[in-house]
Structure formats: structure tokens, C-alpha cells
Write a protein that binds this ligand. Sequence first.
Ligand code: PMP
Length: 396
Amino acid sequence: PIIRALAPVAGAEALVPTTGSPIAYANLDYAASAPALTSVAEQVSAALTEYASVHRGAGHLSQVTTARYEQARETVRGFVGARADDTVVFTRNTTDSINLAASIVPGDVVVLDIEHHANLLPWTRTGRARVVSSRPSLEDTLGALEAELSRRPAALLAVTAASNVTGEVLPIGRLAGIAHRHGARILVDGAQLVPHRPVSVASFGVDYLVFSGHKLYAPFGAGVLVGRGDWLDAAQPYLAGGGAGAAVSIDDVVWHTGAARHEAGSPNVLGAVSIAAAAQTLRDIGFEQIGRHEELLVERLDEGLAALPHVHPLRIFDDAPSRIGIASFVVDGHTPREVAEYLSSRHGIGVRDGKFCAHPLLAKIGRPGGAVRASFGVGTSSADVDRLVEALAELG
Ligand code: PMP
């Protein structure tokens, strides 16, 4: 072995749910959706046993439920290191958060062509997006963004913190500096980075951060937008309805400010509780440990794949300093779908194939037909990685 065998992240073994499948199954698709941790399931169960309406009732259970929901908001605020006066809005997912953001931005938005469609289409359809072409060098790409922002003012730079295709990590602090130097704000798509690395909104200088619960070891259905309150409070509510209006008559409405303005309707309390539970558990395990574990797994996979001449990894940049636990590749002589089906049916390995909702990026890096993506999380062991490499070796 290239490195010593790695079990799942220490402290996480008991938290990773087992599938009950008769064959040992290697889930290497954390980047799509990460299985809910057992600690999350426990907290959701507890919340399920006693709840009533949130924000609406004077009864004991309503108060308990409201407290759980608002406590979850504060846990999320702490988890991402937000400023005390930032607004934390619960949404449905990252896509929803970015659509909300698109409804509040007062001006042009600069984006890169490497983005997931969730951080591209909400902007392009406003007609106010200026898409900057990425370069093979990350340094040159930062330069191109800076040039675009200095050429003409923009309200916002919207950028991913880590590619969902290659796992390459972008320098968020430097990007924030570039945006701010030119009078723009920055929105960071943290869907991929937040579950894998510590993120601090305040110390990185991030104005808005968005992410999804289902990639953070929580169930589907809840996401977050954290950020500066002024644009949020100045904009029309994202959803109109109960809870968003402070005073309503037939002819007029005074909207709330703060999170309530954009959270009309009964909120997803269980989703918020699950995100907070996952955040707390990841904190308890420790991001230093999570990051080190993934780096070793990525190194092991990269070395394994480098020995297979028929397997070709994808990269956006030739100088990205680090990657989260994601590796995409193509295999000579086989379509991505064939490879994914072979890995599943013959080896019990679950990966993703396709274009990963990043069609412009796949076209740009010369893989318009898509690729295969393996991705890791706290439950991944080095045996899972070895199994993938051995299975791919048989395709040579
Ligand atoms: N951005 C990135 C970088 C992603 O990886 C994803 C999910 N693949 C999204 C946005 C969209 O997330 P969701 O489907 O949870 O809205």
C-alpha cells in the first residue's frame, strides 16, 4: 500500500450508517449526497417525538419547536463563523439559496465558466451575468477575474469554493480581496467545500455563503444562505406569504426584515435541526482530522490511477493548491455510464457519472461526453479506494 490503511475518520465509524446490503457496498458518491450521520438521525428523531407549529403558537410544544429552529440557526451561524449581524436564511438547498441571492443583488454579477449550473443559471437568466473564461492556471484565472471587475464595476462576484467535478479548491480569501478591491461583494458556493474543510465567513471576508444539508451528512430538503442583511432587507421577499409580512392589509404590506422576510410559509424545522446536528458532529470530529483523512485518500487514489494508463483524471487548473475528496476521470474504450454500471454491478462501488450539472466546464476541459466521479467522506476507508483502483485496473 502507498500509505498505511485508513479506516473511516476516527470517531466517525459509529456515526456512519450501514446499508444492510448483503454485499459490502462502497459508497464513493459523497459529493452528490452524503448519507445522514446516525447522530443526525437521532436528533431528528428527538425533534419528531415532540413538535407543534413553529413561530406561531403559544403552546409549550410550539415554543420547544421554535426554540429548536432558532437554535439551529445559531448553530449554523457559529459553524460557518458568520458575523453577529449576518442573516442566516434556511432554504431548500444550494440552488434555492442562489436563486434567493439572485433576487437581491442590485447590479451585475461576475461568474466563472467552471461553475455548477446552480451558480450559473440563476445569474445568466437575469441578463446581468458577466461570465469570465477560466484559464489553465488558477493564478491567471484570478487575474482574469480581477481584470473583469476593474474593467467595469459589478455588484457581486459569485464563485465556487471547490469544484464539484475535480474537487479543486479555490482561494476564497484572495477572491474576497479581489472582489472588495473593486467595490463588489462575494458570494461563495460552499456546497462542496463546507462538508470537508473549515469555513469562516468573517475571517475569509465572505459576504454570502450558501450550502446544502444533503451534502453535509444531513437529509434532503434544507439548505442555507448566510450573509449581509442590507441587500436581503432591501429586496422584495423571495416568497410572499405567512410569516414574511409584519403588518398586512388588502392594499398594503409591511414586510419583516431579517430571515423571516425570505422564509414565508411553515419552515423545514427538521431540515434545519438536521443541518445543525451535522454541523455540530463535524465540529466534534474535527475538520483537521477530516481534511487530513481526505488528503491521504486523494493521494492514494491519485497514485493508484497514475499507474493505470487507460484512466485519465480531469483537472481544471494546473496549479490548484489542494483538492477535497473528489476525483473525476474517463476510461479509454468505455463510456462513463458503462464504467459506473460496471463498478456497481461487478464490484459494489457506487460512483456518479455524467456531466455533473457543469456542462460548460466539461466542454471546456475537453470532456463534453462527461466523466466518472468518485468522491469521499468521513465514512470512506482506504480499502474502498483500493477496491476502486483494482476494479478500474481490470478495464485496462
Ligand atoms: N453547487 C455545487 C458546487 C454543487 O456541487 C451542487 C450539487 N451538486 C450544487 C451547487 C447544487 O446543490 P443542490 O442540488 O443541493 O441545490
